[in-house]
Structure formats: C-alpha cells, structure tokens
Design a protein around this ligand. Sequence first.
Ligand code: SAH
Length: 492
Amino acid sequence: MNPAGKDVRVFTKNQIVPVTIEDISDTGEGIGHVDGFTLFVSRAVPGDTVRARIIKAKKTYAIAKAEEILEPAPGRVTPECPVAGSCGGCQLSYLSYESQLVLKQKKVEDCIRRIGGFADVSVLPIIGMDEPRAYRNKGQFPVGPAQGAKTFSADAKKANASPKAGASIGFYAGHSHRIVPTASCGMLWPGHEEILAKVREYLAVSGATPYDEETGQGLVRHILMRKGFATGEIVVCLVVNGTKIPKPEFLWELLKTVPGVVGLCLNVNREKTNVILGDKLIPLFGKASVTDCIGDVRFEISPMSFYQVNPVQTKVLYDTALAYAGLTGNETVWDLYCGIGTISLFLAKAAKKVYGVEIVPEAIENAKENARANNIKNAEFYVGAAEDVFPRLVKENPAIGADVIVVDPPRKGCDEKLLSTMLAMAPERIVYVSCDPATLARDLKVLCAGGYRIDRVQPVDQFPGSVHVESVALLQKGSSTRKTTVTFGREI
Ligand code: SAH
C-alpha cells in the first residue's frame, strides 16, 4: 500500500525523478524520499540532489540509479578509481575523506540514539587516517568465467566450448556476484597487482579453469592474498573447488619472483555457497601463514583466520580497547570472539589472566602458537561458539570470575545467551569492539538494562572508502539512571 492507502505503484521502471539524498544505507546506496516513498539511489551520496532513474519499483520503495547530479553534496569529489560506482567495494568514493568521516560519525551517533535509545550519550570524534589509501593488508578477488564466455554453462558444454576461454578476475559489483574486472585496487598495498597478474598468467596457460557459480563447475574460485605490513611477508591462497591444481610448481615459480611472497596454499571449498572459504587448507609451497606484528606482539596468521585489514588503525583500535580495559595487573579478562588472540595477547601483558574464545579452530591454533611465540603464559584459548563456551566454562569453574570482558563480534553482534552470561558474571567493565553500530546499539541497550552505563563510545575508521565503521564502547558497572539521579549530571 502507498501512504494514500491505495495498492498502486507510484513509480515505474525507467521513470526519472529528481530526489535529494538524505542518508546512506548500510550497503552504500543514497537514501531519499519522494512523496513519502523511499528511494535507494546508487552512485549518490547524502547532500546530493540527483536525477534518478528507477530500476526496480516496489510498492513502498524503489531502487534507482543517479543519472545526473543536479546539485552536488558539499564534499562530493570525482573518484580516482576507474571502477568506482561499478565495484561494490568503496561505496563512499564520491565523497572527500573528511565528508566520509562526518557521515560515519553521524551513523554511529544515530544508531546509539535511535536504536539504543541513549539520547544523551555523546559519541567521541571519530579517529580517521592521515593517509586513507593503500591501507588494506588483505585482498580477496573472485574468479569467474570471462564475461561472454561462460565456459562451463550447460550451453557452453554442449557447444564443446574450450575450458580456456578465459577468466574474469576482480571484485563483485554491489548487491551482485557479477565480477567487475580489476587489475589492481587503490586500497591494497602497492605491489599486489603483480600477484594478480602472475595468477592470471598461470590461469591462462595451466588449464586451471575459473569456477562458474551458476553451474558449480570449474576450479579456481577466489584469489586471496595477505601481507604482514610489519614484516613484508605475503601468502597467496587460491580457493579451489577441488583438492589440487594443475602445474602448481609453475604458479610458485611465478609468485616467487614477487618481492615478499613467502608461501602458496590452497583452500578447499567444494560447496555451492556464497561463503568464500572452505574448511580445509592445503599448504603447497613455503609458509602457510603470514607473520605480522602489532605493537611489540608478533602474530602468525593462517589464511583461514580473521585478522583486521587495516594495520595502522588496528593499533589505534587495540590501544583504545587496552586503555578502556583499565588494567592494573590483577584482573581476569575474557576476550570473546578473539580470532587469533590479537586483543587477548595485547591485554595479557597488563592483566593477571586472559581467556580467549573463538569459533574458528585454525584461529585458536594460531592464538595458542602466538602466545607461545611471544612468551605469554597467562593467556588460555578455547575453541567454540562464545555463547556456548563462555557459559559452560564459568559454570564448570565458578571461581574463575571476570573483572573485564572484551567482546569483538562479527556484524550480527552478540548472541542473547552470551549477553545474559556477561550480565550474570557482572564484570567491572565491558569493552565492546564493534564493526556494526546498529548491532552495537542494540546490544548496549540490553547491557544497560542489565545494570551497566555507557562511559564512552569511540569510532575508529578502519575502512576508508567504505560505509563501514568500527567503534569501541566502554561500559561501567552501575546503572546510568541511578548515577544520574545522584549527580544530576551526565555520566560521560
Ligand atoms: N578480536 C579479533 C577477531 C574479531 S572478528 C580481532 O580483532 O582480530 C570476529 C571473530 O569472531 C572472528 O574471528 C570470527 O571467526 C569469530 N566468531 C564468529 N562467530 C562466533 C561465535 N559465535 N563465537 C565465537 N567466535 C565467533
């Protein structure tokens, strides 16, 4: 129904409408309203007035594309990237970096107020980067049949098409699995393009076929590469629909010539799924993990393990988490969703004991190795879902306690069961590291209803160019309402 109560569509496909963009969606589309209907407009940013072409008209909203900028947003710039607007990666490339930061700050504030309901919590100014380019330590490039040469489609098979019809390598377009061919990305370290070129050369001559998502056939699905910025080490991993690749030594010979490359491995993913990684890693040549350092802690990182992508801002993020944890050396700390133990080991030096919990077994193996390699003896790691492992461990060991709990969940936020265990453990402080302000605000609401108050919220820009923003929130035991009544002030 439209606002007038009539079951009609106000927009039709290809209709052109002028619209002013007021906000931005989580996936980077400009949001505007026309006659009470919401328009999601690609290639448009808040502050723009554009002529938008309707691509898909629904009953209460429409998807559109900016055809012409009638009035540019104050911070609008011409993107440097040749695939801006097609590639789904940098949704904010139309905005100056300063304007991107303003937008991210507003996003965190809006979530805290609207979703969390915290009207008087002021969010600290976002910490941005001095040089917001070439910051990423990880590239993840999908591989598919060259456009127009669907090598393994049923028709092509019938037509006996050559499996060497070529591969398309690049990034996915927004909201799609269409590959936008790219030879390099300005957000990745300079030099990564050489690796892409070598793998492309290998695919062209080896008979290793690109994977076709439609049919589930073909071999190479993704090219993954990760660099330890502190050490210069690079490991390349091909995600494959199989357990071996033809002529692997040829690929290794090519890659060995790229400065920094120390290893080549395969990740086996034979499922017809959108999930990039399968659960088996096969080392082929050299090292299977990259070594990197954050501050003075050294880490081994498997291609299967999560590792923050922006080393400069990761240090800022972890320093903030460490400061918020307020450790004196006597505390028992839990680091839930700990990955390879990065935050755990960062905190261990200042705490009595740290327990880390993480769902990916390879990450926990890395975490244990990393504790040993750094001679850190007061950190213990457990594999499993935090919402199962944490309640179980504290039930089995009632004396274990928790003075500080750090959580760093994926975008969907913390499980309810985990939040209630955290409240039952009643730590002095909770440090919530979040990559999604909406779920952060939702979870903060639960924790504050359970007796905590928000002390500080610090956004940190881990992902220049994209709509994503990381935040660290500090919660202190003791409800805000009680404190506010006593002090007649804001407890920020
Ligand atoms: N703190 C780490 C990792 C944060 S990313 C760092 O800064 O590097 C979130 C992590 O949560 C990932 O490693 C992911 O594998 C893990 N994870 C996802 N769901 C989980 C769950 N239910 N229980 C425990 N860990 C989970």
